[in-house]
Design a protein around this ligand. Sequence first.
Ligand code: ZN
Length: 246
Amino acid sequence: MKFIRFLMFLMCFFAIKSNAKNDFEIKKDSFPFIEKVFLEYQKNSNGFAIAYGNLSKKEIALTFDDGPTEVSEKIIKILNTYNAKGTFFWVGERIKNNEKIIQFAKENGHLIANHSWNHENGFSFSKELLWESQVAKTLNEFSKYAITDVQYYRPPFGAITQKQIDFLATKKIKTVLWSITTMDWDPKENADDLMFQKFKKNMHSGAIVLFHDFDYGNLDSKLKDLEKILIYGMRKGYKFVSLVDF
Ligand SMILES: [Zn+2]
């Protein structure tokens, strides 16, 4: 019996140790929460890859990927309540039949940007094919709905190479990554208050915050946490702006 207890103690000890190791690995790549490769892209792309903005200006860009959906409308209403502007990275093939949401975002001063044609992993394309079949195809669809001058592209899953970034730069497209992720797409991480706590811990001047205007579960928690983020950030003197005002 004593031996079994000892064995259980050992198992717990190692479980705690391996968790600690994971934490360390996450922090190692953080600035405060930026993946190392994003920092390299920003350093090497002459303004054409952005993971964060001005680190000494108290401004934050909230960004929302994967719409448009009916969630977009709910998010825009919350942003409007706090006089905040957001950036919406929308998927080309989802634009059709969403004129109302497009109009609602535009007339309230939010920015619409490019999140590929059909949300495929960018690593599977050559730089030319990424431009033609994902980025330019979406811009063409956008233009049919009077969404013009779109210079920002966010790669699905953050999956992009330096070569692709450089090629998009020749087309005057800026690749936007992020410095804080709320993990709102992950059912293990998007319960009440968790998204707000991640933001609060990592909040910084020039932050680009990743959210999704898509219901990946716990939508009510997401909307509540978004509101808490806006209230907390404003109380600390931050302004929430779209990427053009960044
Ligand atoms: Zn996405």
